[in-house]
Design a protein around this ligand. Structure first.
Ligand SMILES: O=C([O-])CC(=O)C(=O)O
Ligand SMILES: [Mg+2]
Length: 564
């Protein structure tokens, strides 16, 4: 096998094996000396290119495609052929490539997964092979694994059940772990738990590559998850496990079940909460309305919506509001309207966010039996409106105009992904609020025109949080990921807001700065972990150096041929 010493790698692999291994392949960048040593002459065209030249060539090819889905397929293929080149291209062009590798195009990638599938990446663990999980994880190829992103594909972005096609999400998230957070690609592992699908299109598609079966639920599902988590902890006791795009009941349930057993978090519940809270803290600097005076309406009272409300409420308590006072500030709206005490069919995680019946007794309603979002905005006059509902257009003109009437600077965050599911477009919000709104969207949107100049819309996406959380936790070997660490992440994000220096600037740093953001967030997370006693044997003054040392930069190492 291969050994790394200093900057160079000594290996006994053959020319064909080197070219076939995405972690070792350099393509046209193998040097003359390496071509001599490994008999690569003839297998490659004679010209030797630098990594920078390869990047320019690939960028040109990428820009030549007609559609983003074609670009997605091109980049996935590059990732499976030459990871160093893939990451050099990504890191150098985050703003242009993130919308392809990640949200929104990754959503289409999941929907077309069965057709785009070329080479396997990561692991597919399915119910019929539950008894083999230990054996599958045991392969030496996975010895270096430190970070896993796992999904069961049931709630892929706002696109619903995509079955095995959901694998696109762990792959995309881990691409950001390396591209933004600097984790070495060999330490990352995407996993799809194939428990079937209830998506009729997948089940009816003769080319569907997942397990063709209805979704397994109940005890059998829980047993499968338990077998998976136990096997993971046995194989990698210090691994970071990120749950992604599970349906609302499983998301919070699994998080509650496992958060004290290993270093784990749910990105949709906790990562989204931290980016929303961090962006809100930045917005407060601009509006001048203190956190203790905010009222927050959230459309979508699932695990993400309640996660956001929970973290903002904790920030309100930090800012001096009493527990009971903070609890009155949230208006959670779901399919049946505002969540109110005594409603039937509520999930346990929704219980802390119910409005008091007496508090809304005098509200004027359009329909007496249901409190719709517009009723909430007109009566409660929230300062902040957040959408995680997956319902395109749900922030209608009357809703947004009512926000603008009640607030000098309304804060409006339509966070649902991908772009097609956003609750409102930035252009509409800008028009309906006469340019007074502070806007954050989950997916990328084109710039708007503000005061006659182009203004980039802030992308309030958990990509501002999870790469830094993972990097920080792993760099110091934190035993657990805690709510305190997410609060620290949110505050660190707010502290790097460009609007702190000039209120006309953006609330968030640009996507091109996501590597710096990850470092800032990682440092805050690691320091918080230290404060909470999660870190053993690392002095405080060495934490930043540890984090920086963990950030891998894509570049080629020279190879030597092993003797013998
Ligand atoms: O993936 C994204 O862009 C954000 C996210 O976690 C989701 O929408 O589920
Ligand atoms: Mg997600």
């Amino acid at each position: 096998m291969s050994e790394t010493s200093g900057a160079s790698i000594t290996t006994a692999l053959s020319a064909y094996e080197l070219l076939a291994d995405p972690q070792l392949n350099k393509g046209t960048a193998f040097s003359e000396a390496e071509r001599d040593a490994f008999d690569l002459h003839g297998l490659l065209p004679p010209s030797v290119l630098t990594l920078d030249e390869q990047v320019s060539r690939r960028l040109q090819a990428l820009r030549g495609y007609e559609t983003d889905l074609e670009r997605y397929a091109f980049l996935r293929e590059l990732q499976d052929t030459n990871e160093t080149l893939f990451y050099a291209l990504l890191v150098g062009n985050l703003e242009e490539l993130l919308p392809i590798v990640y949200t929104p195009t990754v959503g289409a990638g999941c929907q077309h997964f069965s057709r785009l599938f070329r080479k396997p990446r990561g692991l597919f663990l399915s119910i019929p092979h539950q008894a083999r999980i230990d054996r599958i994880l045991a392969h030496p190829r996975f010895d270096a694994v430190e970070a896993i992103v796992v999904t069961d594909g049931e709630r892929i972005l706002g696109l619903g059940d995509q079955g095995a096609g959901g694998m696109g999400i762990p792959i995309g998230k881990l691409s950001l772990y390396t591209g933004c957070g600097g984790l070495h690609p060999a330490t990352t592992l995407p996993i799809l738990l194939d428990v079937g699908t209830d998506n009729p299109d997948c089940l009816a598609d003769p080319l569907y590559i997942g397990w063709r079966n209805e979704r397994v639920r109940g005890q059998e599902y829980d047993d499968f998850i338990e077998a998976f988590v136990s096997a993971v902890v046995k194989r990698w006791p210090r691994v970071l496990l990120q749950w992604e795009d599970f349906a609302k009941n499983n998301a919070t349930r699994m998080l509650d079940r496992y958060r004290d057993r290993l270093c784990t978090f749910n990105d949709d519940v906790q990562g989204t909460a931290a980016v929303a809270t961090g962006t809100l803290l930045s917005a407060i600097n601009v509006t001048g309305v203190p956190l203790t005076e905010q009222r927050v309406a959230v459309l979508g009272a699932g695990s993400a919506g309640c996660g956001i409300a929970g973290l903002i409420r904790a920030a309100m308590r930090d800012a001096g509001l009493s527990e009971s006072e903070a609890a009155t500030r949230f208006f959670m709206v779901d399919r049946d309207g505002l969540l109110v005490e005594g409603m039937s069919g509520l999930a346990p995680f929704q219980m802390p966010f119910l409005q008091n019946k007496a508090a809304i007794a005098n509200w004027k309603l359009d329909h007496p039996d249901r409190v719709a979002l517009l009723d909430v905005v007109r009566n409660a006059k929230p300062t902040v409106l957040i959408g995680v509902s997956g319902q395109a257009g749900a922030f209608s003109e009357p809703v947004v105009r009512a926000m603008a009437e009640a607030n000098q600077r309304p804060v409006i965050f339509p966070l649902s992904n991908p772009t097609s599911r956003a609750e409102a477009t930035p252009v509409d919000i800008e028009a309906w609020t006469e340019g007074r709104a502070l806007i954050g969207v989950g997916s990328p949107f084109p710039p708007i025109t503000r005061d006659g100049v182009r203004f980039k819309v802030d992308q309030t996406n958990n990509s501002y949080i999870f790469p830094g959380v993972g990097l920080g936790a792993l760099a110091v070997g934190a035993a657990r990921v805690t709510d305190g660490m997410f609060m620290a992440a949110a505050k660190a994000l707010a502290s790097s807001s460009p609007a702190r220096n000039n209120p006309k600037h953006n609330l968030l740093p640009p996507v091109s700065a996501l590597r710096d953001v990850a470092l800032t967030v990682a440092l805050a997370v690691a320091l918080q972990a230290h404060k909470e006693g999660q870190v053993k044997d690392i002095p405080l003054d060495q934490i930043e150096a540890r984090i920086r040392a963990k950030m891998w930069t894509p570049r080629y190492a020279p190879y030597q041929r092993a003797k013998g």
